[in-house]
Design a protein around this ligand. Structure first.
Ligand SMILES: C[S@@+](CC[C@H](N)C(=O)[O-])C[C@H]1O[C@@H](n2cnc3c(N)ncnc32)[C@H](O)[C@@H]1O
Length: 230
């Protein structure tokens, strides 16, 4: 793995590594970072590819503000636009690539509606790259643990961040800080056969799914998945 990826969260690094070859084949590619968080993936892709135009979108105003600030600091305002909206209620021109790290499991809808929306937002031959939790026994245990963690006071997040900084010194503290609140989120979907069927029915062909290196026993095991619009 190149030095560019070393300080990143494993999911973002895995998406970046797969996204760049897809984008490099295109003339003036357009990419959506769906659920951009603090904008790490969008900024990483923009830095790696000077002709790329990006929309970074998120449902959280606080996350959109953090992304806008990071974009200004990186002087990438001319190539990354930030949109604050609920993905399912947002209309857009189609993209060459929709990339999404750790978000699809949080979008509250059935698989069919999500698959149709993603298919609609991709150009023909457009690619979706995403990480999301897999359907595994270990993830069943984590799901149960999340239900319990949700009941602890929010102040416990500070302690969790302090521990994470010690345990994961190579990961950017801003990335860790952005992640801790999501320990309270319980996935509404996982990557399973129902997910794949809904995507195939919506015109999204399966390309690959591979495990993402796990950085923590508390984090759900994720798969990096790739689908292509027919
Ligand atoms: C676990 S965070 C991942 C953030 C970022 N992709 C990363 O890898 O650092 C999930 C993100 O998805 C966003 N999100 C959740 N539901 C969404 C929705 N319906 N539309 C857009 N963004 C959403 C959250 O606000 C949050 O920023």
């Amino acid at each position: 793995m190149s030095d560019l990826f070393l300080s990143l969260d494993a999911g973002i690094a895995a998406i970046l590594e797969r996204a760049l070859p897809v984008l490099h084949e295109l003339d003036r590619p357009r990419m959506l970072d769906l659920g951009c968080g603090s904008g790490v993936l969008a900024i990483g892709c923009a830095r790696a590819m000077p002709t790329l135009e990006i929309v970074a979108m998120d449902i959280s105003q606080a996350n959109c503000d953090a992304t806008s600030l990071a974009i200004r600091e990186a002087q990438l305002e001319d190539r990354i636009r930030v949109v604050c909206a609920d993905y399912l209620r947002w209309s857009t021109e189609p993209f060459d690539l929709v990339a999404s790290d750790g978000v699809l499991q949080l979008i509250e809808s059935d698989n069919k509606s999500l698959a149709r929306k993603l298919a609609n937002d991709l150009k023909p031959d457009g690619v979706m790259l995403a990480t999301l939790p897999s359907a595994s026994t270990a993830n069943n245990v984590r799901q149960f643990a999340r239900h319990i963690w949700r009941r602890t006071p929010k102040a416990a997040d500070g302690l969790a961040l302090a521990v994470a900084k010690v345990v994961y010194p190579k990961i950017d503290p801003a990335v860790l800080a952005g992640r801790v609140p999501y320990m309270r989120c319980v996935p509404v979907r996982r990557y399973d056969s129902g997910f794949r069927t809904a995507f195939a029915d919506a015109g999204l062909d399966f390309e690959f799914d591979i495990p993402v290196e796990s950085t923590s026993i508390a984090k759900f095991d994720h798969r990096l998945i790739g689908f292509k619009k027919r």
